[in-house]
Design a protein around this ligand. Sequence first.
Ligand code: ZN
Length: 81
Amino acid sequence: MPTYQYRCSSCSHELEAFQSMNDEPLTVCPECGAEQLKRVISAGGGFMLKGSGFYNTDYKNASKSQAAAPPCACANGACNL
Ligand SMILES: [Zn+2]
């Protein structure tokens, strides 16, 4: 029997339920009585990590191109900037 995890979007109560594949999904929160139970997909999370990885790459590239910004206009080191 698979275990399903539910989370109430009204009061944030979480619970696990043993249900067969053919059972109707639970909708009523036993804690607050609201019909706000949503089934939680627990195998997620990888997407967020990948997303931040892409963000870091973009950020590094951005700062690199900033470091290669135009050199001193005098081009011979005469100015001490
Ligand atoms: Zn609730």
